[in-house]
Design a protein around this ligand. Structure first.
Ligand SMILES: *[C@@H]1O[C@H](CO)[C@@H](O)[C@H](O)[C@H]1NC(C)=O
Ligand SMILES: *[C@@H]1O[C@H](CO)[C@@H](O)[C@H](O)[C@H]1NC(C)=O
Length: 298
């Protein structure tokens, strides 16, 4: 979902590298084919690997028509969340109890941990998120296709941008469907940005739409080797816990849950935090071999 932003910055970086004036891309080519293809894929194949998800009995062509109607032939900056309501109502799914996972600034690690709904279900594991992930779209009032294929505004260009309104509406829909214990993954090591922002999708569209019976578990991850800029007891996460308390929801906050530390260690086994794991695993008398030195000198 918000990978779109990541994708855009990647594209901007790429064009910068190629010395091209950076610009936003327009609507993804073959949008209708991708959308309808993803819909069939989700309903016939993908959802079967999502053991915990229920299927959505939906006509993929009808779903595309509802999606297309929401934004096409309209200026890209004038779309409200309400525009997508009919589409959301057609595509929404029940979520398995205790499985909903939210993320904010933690796309990669949250999705690794969620493991395609093996452990948790993210918005991108639902039909709504799966259909739209990483694609770009916006309307055009003048082009006969109803879409702008040369340039779509970025989220910062206008308050009600076509895909931002979509993701806001999708996030609200996802939050409304969450039951039992829900999990939020935050990054306490972000440079220059707080782990929790009241401008985030979680603050604006998810927290307000959670059911009153939901309990929230906040997982705060930190980069291996630090710094731990913010934790469960300081920084913006304290504001978050206050906002959750104000919604009268039960909650707990956990710094560096071992399961996530172990996932981070898969990419960086030599980090200090991961060597501790290695030392505990090694038999007392055996010192861990320094494999790298051995290879270089041997
Ligand atoms: C596409 O968007 C750009 C930037 O907003 C605009 O200049 C252009 O006229 C639009 N094209 C169409 C066909 O709407
Ligand atoms: C929060 O606590 C950590 C660990 O004690 C510390 O390193 C960090 O500087 C603190 N941050 C703030 C914003 O107080």
């Amino acid at each position: 979902m918000r990978t779109i932003t990541t994708l855009l910055s990647l594209l901007v970086m790429t064009s910068f590298m190629h010395d091209v004036i950076s610009d936003n891309p327009g609507t993804t080519p073959h949008l209708s084919e991708i959308f309808v293809g993803r819909c069939w894929d989700y309903n016939l194949i993908k959802y079967k690997t999502l053991m915990t998800m229920t299927n959505v009995d939906v006509d993929c062509e009808a779903l595309w028509n509802a999606f297309f109607k929401s934004f096409s032939f309209q200026a890209p900056c004038s779309l409200s969340m309400q525009n997508y309501q009919e589409f959301m109502d057609m595509a929404r799914q029940d979520l398995p109890v205790n499985k909903a996972m939210f993320w904010s600034g933690t796309y990669v690690i949250a999705h690794e941990y969620a493991q395609d709904s093996g452990r948790y279900v993210t918005l991108e594991d639902t039909l709504i998120g799966y259909l739209a992930n990483s694609i770009v779209w916006c309307g055009s009032a003048s082009d006969p296709s109803g879409m702008n294929s040369s340039r779509c505004p970025s989220w910062t260009d206008c308050p009600l941008e076509a895909s931002e309104s979509f993701w806001a509406s999708a996030s609200a829909t996802f939050a409304k469907s969450a039951k039992g214990v829900v999990t939020l993954v935050l990054d306490g090591s972000r440079d220059g940005k707080p782990a929790y922002s009241r401008q985030s999708f979680f603050a604006k569209h998810e927290l307000p739409n959670l059911d009153d019976s939901v309990q929230v578990v906040v997982l705060v991850t930190h980069a291996l080797g630090g710094p731990a800029r913010e934790t469960c007891t300081n920084g913006s996460i304290v504001d978050l816990l206050g906002d959750i308390r104000n919604r009268n929801l039960q909650f707990k906050c956990i710094d560096d849950p071992p399961a996530i530390v172990h996932l981070l260690c898969a990419d960086d086994p030599e980090a200090r935090e991961c060597k501790l794991v290695k030392r505990h695993l090694a038999p007392d008398s055996v010192k861990p071999a320094n494999d790298l030195t051995f290879l270089i000198n041997g």
